[in-house]
Design a protein around this ligand. Structure first.
Ligand code: DSN
Length: 421
């Protein structure tokens, strides 16, 4: 296979882009990646993603394409579909969504007309931008009604309240899933509410796809959910793409909604890379990896709790945590993110439930353990990382001390190579 794996040719022909990629490689190797939605993919995924499959147009589905020359693309897509169904115990899989936003849009557009109601988690309580944030097109096309979590009660969802809202608003879809919610969800309770009001159940499991694949967290499909959406580049360690899993009875309408409803030609190189990642996630060592992500999250959360750092929901059931930096360190999330950048620890600023501060200068930061776990870091490293974060945010104005911490962080990172670099 003539895949140009080393970057020599690029270096010779496009120095500007080459040096930016090279810089990113160094950044990824030298620092600790704690953004919970990021990860390091497998070298084999990088190879498939960089393959000549990028040359091909394949509108349609295996066996039913609009252009010729599909012998190998059909094979690639069929393998990806079969692996996805097997791994997630799904009746049907559509592997064509280009990423998370079109994936969720395809589901909404498949079940709802403009103005229809969808019940989803409030953005500041952990829901995602594509779950109807007013700034998103979906938020303008559909009537998103939001439910909240109870920060006083470890982030629990009040299902009596949810049922009351569902009866009143009559949603077409009841959506659960999150982007910054550190607890597990009660899928049976969501299903019960949806059944009472005749709504479709949809779980956006983008963040925890790898944890579900590795049997470290529950699978909503096992609770009778109609639809599950995932992105494959987060805890699943695959390429940057979306995947829709659903019951057979919705297969046709979901496929039609993705293509030709929303998208044109699928990215066959990415679908090949997804198939490779799904194959990797079926191996027994992936289960060990998924469970280690959770152990690392517990270890990191414990360092914070032991040092009176305020965690939203007071702990975590999954791979992530949200720190209230104002309560814990008297600094906003933007300053905290920038401070941690200075010690080569990458996190993202994050709104907290009903945040009084704006999204670009919110009250917290969000962090998670999938990427660090991929490099082989374990509980002992989590203790060091937790201490560096607390130390850095406490002395955030002392540039000399921050430089000293950065050296310690980078020395540790050198012992844990990034796959593919
Ligand atoms: N932007 C992703 C995240 O960080 O959670 C979700 O799309």
């Amino acid at each position: 296979m003539n895949v140009i794996k080393n970057l020599k040719l690029l270096e010779l022909n496009d120095l500007e882009i080459y040096s930016a990629i090279n810089g990113e490689e160094k950044r990824e190797q030298q620092g600790i990646e704690l953004i919970p939605s990021e990860n390091y993919t497998w070298p084999e995924v990088l190879i498939a993603n960089g393959s000549i499959l990028t040359n091909k147009y394949s509108e349609g589905y295996p066996g039913k394409r609009y252009y010729g020359g599909q012998e190998f693309t059909d094979r690639v897509e069929s393998i990806a579909i079969e692996r996805a169904k097997k791994l997630f115990r799904a009746e049907h899989a559509n592997v064509q969504p280009l990423s998370g936003s079109p994936m969720n849009q395809a589901v909404y557009l498949s079940f709802c007309k403009p103005g229809d109601t969808i019940l989803g988690m409030d953005l500041s309580h952990g829901g995602h931008l594509t779950h109807g944030a007013p700034v998103s097109h979906m938020g303008q096309i559909f009537n998103f009604v939001r439910y909240k979590t109870d920060p006083e009660n470890n982030g629990k969802i009040d299902f009596d309240e949810l049922l009351k809202t569902a009866k009143e608003k009559k949603p077409k879809i009841i959506l659960c899933g999150y982007t910054s919610y550190p607890r597990d969800l009660d899928y049976a309770a969501f299903k019960k509410v949806a059944d009472e009001v005749g709504a479709v159940t949809m779980a956006d499991m983008a963040h925890i796809a790898g944890l579900i694949a590795g049997n470290a967290m529950k699978n909503p499909l096992d609770f009778g959910f109609d639809i599950m959406t995932i992105t494959t580049h987060k805890s699943l360690r695959g390429p940057r793409a979306g995947l829709i899993l659903c019951k057979k009875k919705f297969a046709k309408q979901i496929d039609k909604s993705v293509f030709p409803g929303l998208q044109g030609g699928p990215h066959m190189h990415t679908i090949a890379a997804m198939a490779v990642a799904l194959g990797k996630a079926m191996q027994p060592e992936f289960k060990t990896y998924a469970h280690q992500i959770l152990k690392n999250a517990q270890a990191l959360a414990q360092v914070f709790l032991n040092n009176n750092v305020k965690l939203i929901t007071n702990g975590t059931d999954n791979h992530m945590m949200v720190i209230d930096t104002i309560k814990s360190f008297n600094i906003d999330g933007k300053t905290a993110e920038q401070t941690l950048d200075k010690i080569s620890v990458t996190v993202n600023k994050q709104t907290i439930p009903d945040d009084p501060n704006p999204p670009l200068k919110p009250s917290g930061i969000r962090l998670g353990t999938p990427a660090a776990t991929t490099r082989g870091m374990q509980e002992i490293e989590m203790q060091k990382i937790g201490a560096w974060i607390i130390n850095g945010l406490t002395i955030y104005q002392d540039e000399n001390k921050l430089r000293e911490i950065k050296k310690e962080v980078e020395a540790m990172c050198l012992q844990f190579p990034v796959p593919g670099i």
